[in-house]
Design a protein around this ligand. Structure first.
Ligand SMILES: [Zn+2]
Length: 442
């Protein structure tokens, strides 16, 4: 792959420690990394950027890509979390490898168009021969940097759990498959395109023993841990009734805190739990649109950030959003904090920082999330010459006004979106396939 030269960027938001913003600079990309930033650079394929605001690629820290096949399902549109799950489980039970692959392609493409270069995924059901491998194949094709997590559910309805028995797995088989996918796909090296994590679905869908064993396995293999935690009031009540403690305590007791752990949602964390997360370096995937969609509440992101908790953004699964616009989540993050705390609770720039560097830190990717020499060349270019930006006085407009789609997106120096279109694979064919699969499921 040859060099690329991003020329004469209108403004570069570097997301370095000082929040440096550079006007009229060039960025030279070589060998998948940012090689040079300055004026009058030369060499490589040129991307004209005089009409573009340039940011690090956005980082998505929580998703269930497979759910792009179950957006706007009528029975789940207005339900609370547990009722919503019960509506969707029987539909998901009909999925197989083809559904996993195609829905992942669609979800990844949607993310890419909204500026995302690095995403995690949480796949916790494996019906009819589906495997984590199906989503990894999709990510390789689309070209995003990918952190798939091997999720799991082991407590079915007959054992007092929420999912139908057909969707749960034996715990020994879960751990075996975790080892298989880590050994097959996990890359710990700098610049890795795939890193695997271990991710039981939630404390209410697996046993205490599996939570503990998953943490031991992840530490043994040097991979990260992820799950859903403290999502809403029902979740807290369940924890207190079943485990006799709040979710933070449960997590800490089972080894689920530390800088190699991140939890999705955390809407209901209390002050002591926020302190625990800050002290232990535990990360949070904040999913504002999903929290709104399911009526879960407003996560205390301001308090978390002030306490020093690492926070990134997540679109969450498309069945509970139902969109997957990561730049949209940045805007929603800012708006939600303002709803609870006032107009000065969060700036547009801070929301964008959470969406980029914040997410990279949550996923342990210190090689991503900034525009700086030596960092990976994951770069989003936002054209601000269009209607959404007309009349804007400041780059904060990217969150306050738009655009909501990238003009160009580079991942590891490779162009994934060019002039607003995916160029790595045939998206139109994938959309047709996805709609055909959705019709069959209905
Ligand atoms: Zn989720």
């Amino acid at each position: 792959m040859g060099d690329t030269l991003i020329r004469n960027a209108r403004c570069v938001l570097t997301m370095d420690d000082g929040g440096t913003e550079l006007a009229g600079v060039d960025i030279r990309v070589s060998g998948g990394v940012i090689a040079e930033i300055g004026r009058g650079l030369s060499g490589g394929e040129v991307i004209e950027a005089s009409s573009c605001v340039v940011t690090p690629g956005l980082v998505n820290t929580h998703h269930h890509l497979y759910q792009t096949l179950t957006r706007a399902v009528p029975g789940g549109q207005d339900a609370l979390l547990f009722g919503w799950l019960k509506t969707l489980y029987p539909i998901w039970a009909k999925f197989g490898p083809e559904e996993m692959f195609t829905s992942a392609q669609i979800g990844l493409a949607e993310l890419a168009l909204s500026g995302c270069s690095l995403t995690s995924d949480h796949l916790y059901l494996y019906p009819n021969g589906a495997r984590l491998d199906d989503t990894i194949a999709a990510a390789r094709e689309v070209g995003l940097r990918f952190h798939p997590t091997r999720g799991a559910m082991s407590i079915g309805e007959s054992a007092g759990g929420l999912p139908p028995d057909a969707l749960v797995e034996r715990e020994a088989a879960i751990l075996e498959d975790c080892i298989r996918v880590i050994d097959a796909f996990h890359d710990a090296s700098e610049g890795a395109m795939v890193r695997v994590g271990v991710a039981p679905c939630s404390p209410f869908s697996v046993s205490r023993e599996l939570m503990r064993d998953a943490a031991l396995l992840a530490r043994d293999k040097g991979v990260m841990l992820h799950t859903h935690l403290a999502e809403n009031d029902e979740d807290i009540a369940y924890s207190q009734a079943q485990f006799g403690c709040r979710p933070g305590q449960y997590a800490e007791d089972l080894g689920w805190t530390g800088d190699d752990v991140w939890h999705a949602h955390c809407v209901k964390l209390d002050g002591a739990e926020i302190d625990l997360f800050a002290r232990s370096g535990t990360g949070v995937a904040h999913c504002p649109c999903s929290n709104c969609r399911l009526g879960s509440g407003i996560a205390p992101v301001r308090a978390m950030r002030d306490a020093g908790v690492k926070v990134g953004l997540g679109v969450d699964g498309s069945a509970s959003n139902d969109a997957a616009s990561l730049i949209g989540e940045a805007r929603q993050t800012m708006l939600l904090q303002r709803v609870s705390l006032g107009a000065d609770a969060m700036s547009a720039r801070e929301a964008l920082r959470i969406a980029t560097r914040g997410g990279a830190e949550v996923l342990g990717r210190h090689d991503c999330g900034q525009i700086a020499v030596g960092k990976r060349a994951d770069i989003a270019l936002w054209d601000v010459s269009g209607v959404e930006s007309a009349g804007s006085w400041d780059v904060a407009a990217l969150v306050l006004a738009g655009p909501t789609r990238v003009r160009h997106l580079l991942v590891e120096g490779r162009q994934v979106v060019r002039d607003g279109h995916l160029v790595t694979f045939n998206l139109d064919a994938a959309i047709l396939k996805q709609n055909e699969l959705a019709r069959k499921l209905a």
